[in-house]
Design a protein around this ligand. Structure first.
Ligand code: SIN
Ligand code: FE
Length: 289
């Protein structure tokens, strides 16, 4: 079970050399775990370690690609300093990914960076939005046609509280179990929800199936309890990286995390046959995008 993680001991965000086994492991659905890689806060930034920094109307604070901060409370100076902190994490996360995965560099698209100051589970939410249940990531409103979701996380909790995750079974096994229960893709329905503005572009069959897998996993409480899984506490001062569209994951507890999302076309991976798109195409025997 421990083989769900690959431990990398560097304390530097810029790796001198990347081991091809790390890349192969990441693409095959392992989590790269950096136990000694800390995101250092400047002394005044410790003031941001409080839930009240979050606008109660939103889930997370985020910094978009233009450097605009959303979802934070506080005066201009506070917002500027917070944007600088999140921006510094983004730079370090990018340095890590570029040195770890040089082949990705020219194809990566940087998504907003998020800061999550709330304790996990403090929010009333539907089962579908509840990331305490095992799932693979899929976006309901933003179809991605097989583009990968690569995420870098760091725990910045000041009270020595880990961010505890559960990691589930490999994608292919999960998909083999869930796909027979998936509703079929209906093109005219995808077209209607797109015209209504519910999606930003027309959902492909791939997007439909990924959402079905996400929902079938989360809605099945027996599956949640019975599937083979590993509980992993990520302590403060650690970093972990995974393809969250491939890795079955859930968050059990924790508070104060920074997260960077990156997107990568599936054909730009080292081994494109390992992508969810390739796996689902193989299982269904259909072209899904
Ligand atoms: C998720 O991506 O499912 C949430 C992870 C977290 O909040 O730790
Ligand atoms: Fe997730």
């Amino acid at each position: 079970m421990k083989d769900k993680l690959i431990e990398i001991t560097t304390g530097d965000w810029q790796l001198d050399q990347a081991d091809p086994d790390w890349v192969a492991g990441l693409e095959a659905g392992k989590v790269l775990y950096f136990p000694n890689l800390a995101f250092e806060l400047l002394p005044p930034e410790t003031a941001f370690l409080k839930p009240e920094i979050l606008d109660p109307k939103v889930r997370n604070i985020s910094l978009n690609e233009h450097g605009q901060l959303k979802g934070a409370q506080g005066d201009n100076d506070t917002q500027e300093a917070l944007a600088a902190m999140i921006g510094r994490f983004r730079s370090q996360a990018l340095a890590l990914v570029h040195s770890l995965l040089p082949k990705y560099q020219e194809s990566l698209r940087v998504a907003p960076t998020s800061y999550r100051p709330m304790p996990v589970g403090n929010r009333k939410q539907s089962w579908r939005a509840d990331d305490r249940r095992l799932h693979v990531d899929a976006f309901p409103s933003r179809p991605n046609y097989g583009e990968r979701i690569l995420r870098v996380f760091t725990n910045i909790n000041p009270h020595d509280e880990p961010r505890v995750w559960r990691l589930g079974e490999p994608f292919e096994e999960m998909a083999e179990k869930m796909l027979p229960r998936a509703k079929p893709y209906v093109r005219w329905q995808a077209s209607v929800i797109n015209k209504l503005g519910i999606t930003k572009s027309m959902r492909s069959e791939y997007d439909h199936l990924m959402l079905q897998l996400h929902d079938l996993m989360k809605s099945d409480l027996d599956y949640q309890q019975q599937v083979e899984q590993l509980t992993v506490p990520f302590p403060p001062g650690s970093v972990w990286v995974c393809f969250s569209d491939l890795v079955s994951h859930a968050v059990a507890s924790g508070q104060y995390m920074l997260e960077q999302t990156l997107h990568l076309p599936a054909d730009k991976q080292y081994d494109p046959t390992l992508s969810p798109l390739a796996i689902l195409s193989r299982i269904t025997g259909r072209q899904l995008v």
